[in-house]
Design a protein around this ligand. Structure first.
Ligand SMILES: [Fe+2]
Ligand SMILES: [Fe+2]
Length: 144
């Protein structure tokens, strides 16, 4: 159970890859806590911990898309927004208490979504950022 990082998921943009790894860690912590039957408070804390990082990460990708005039920005941002909606729905479900059904939903919706998104849209974005800036994804102005 859980989500595993692999080099096939690397976009090659350092900040993006380190964000994704952190997201994977936080998802695994949440899944472990739910599977181990941790209390509602602890699971809620880990849900928040995950949510916060998704917000940070989506903001960073949004800024990169804007900075580089990424042509796929609207579609990419719409996928992020759809995902936030599904997290919100899972949170509401969780208000009724942790359950096996919820663990399965998180596995299916959060894990599947992230794997597909990273392997698809994020890699495309990563390639675009790399071609615009070089490997680290630094802004153009630092690469005169
Ligand atoms: Fe991402
Ligand atoms: Fe993304």
């Amino acid at each position: 159970m859980g989500i595993e990082w692999g080099s096939h998921l690397a976009t090659g943009v350092d900040w993006q890859d380190s964000h994704h790894r952190e997201l994977f860690k936080r998802i695994n912590r949440l899944l472990d806590a739910m599977a181990a039957g941790y209390g509602k408070e602890e699971v809620a804390r880990l849900f928040n911990f995950l949510d916060e990082y998704f917000a940070v990460h989506f903001e960073a990708e949004g800024q990169a898309m804007e900075r580089h005039n990424y042509p796929g920005a609207a579609t990419h941002a719409a996928e992020h927004a759809r995902f936030i909606e599904s997290i919100t729905r899972l949170r509401k479900e969780f208000d009724n208490g942790p359950s096996l059904k919820l663990v399965i939903s998180v596995e299916r919706e959060v894990v599947d979504w992230l794997l597909n998104h990273v392997a698809g849209m994020d890699k495309k974005l990563g390639n675009f950022v790399k071609s615009a800036t070089g490997r680290e994804g630094a802004p153009l102005k630092s690469h005169p």
